[in-house]
Design a protein around this ligand. Structure first.
Ligand code: 97T
Length: 229
């Protein structure tokens, strides 16, 4: 999968050099290209923002650098998805990550300040499949953290990135429930015991216990998930 990122903080994405995604990049499974939006400005101050039409606090990202950056990054590619990270987007989820993991190419456009001139998004719809995605219901200073989280969630679902594919299906959110609690050795630690059923060797009973734990935990921590499913 090819991933492009456009941001005024390209250094931010050095986190993608490490851990599992870093290894996937070294192995050529993920091909990540980070672009500095300011390289597409032409004034001495490399200006990317301006005051909003209609008034209001904060600054809006100017359309011209974004237009040039997306022209350059997309080239004549007609098959890419462009993701605008935004607090006003659709909420990102495991099912969206699963969908996007099938794409050949995704371009992440990271806005700062109060957002990007809306015409950039509207114009991009003419040449790519556009998604406006939010990480959740809170405000960040910019789209970089959101893009990084989405890249990790999507990237690890790309075949060959995570070594053991079984570990992908046994996690929180894959079946609409939270994960069951996990334990490892020693069987007793600081006076706390591992639930005896896990030491019983009875696989059917263990599976039933885990299911029950998933339901109980989901009911307690995330009742909204049970209503959805
Ligand atoms: O708060 C933001 C500002 C810019 C770009 C994205 C965000 C955001 O994304 N998910 C939550 C907030």
């Amino acid at each position: 999968m090819r991933l492009d990122v456009v941001s005024i903080f390209p250094e931010f994405f050095s986190v993608l050099d490490v851990s599992l995604l870093g290894k996937a990049r070294q192995q050529g499974v993920l091909d990540v290209h980070v672009h500095d939006l300011r390289d597409y400005t032409h004034d001495r101050h490399r200006t990317v923002d301006d005051t909003p039409y209609g008034g209001g606090a904060g600054m809006v990202m100017k359309p011209e650098p974004w237009g040039e950056a997306l022209d350059d990054v997309l080239g004549d590619d007609t098959d890419a998805v462009v993701v605008f990270t935004s607090p006003a987007g659709e909420r990102f989820s495991q099912s969206i990550a699963r969908e996007l993991a099938f794409e050949r190419r995704i371009v992440f456009a990271c806005g700062r300040y109060e957002g990007i001139d809306q015409r950039v998004v509207d114009h991009a719809r003419g040449r790519a499949r556009v998604r406006e995605l939010s990480l959740g219901d809170y405000v960040l200073n910019g789209g970089e953290v959101a893009a990084t989280a989405m890249i990790e969630a999507i990237g690890r679902l790309v075949p060959g990135v995570v070594g053991n594919p079984d570990s992908l299906t046994e996690e929180s959110h894959e079946d609409g429930l939270l994960e069951y609690p996990s334990y490892t050795k020693p069987a007793a630690w600081r006076g706390l015991e591992v639930p005896p059923i896990l030491l019983s060797g009875n696989h059917a009973a263990i599976a039933a216990w885990r299911r029950e734990q998933q339901l109980e935990r989901t009911r307690r921590m995330r009742p909204d998930l049970l209503e959805e499913s």
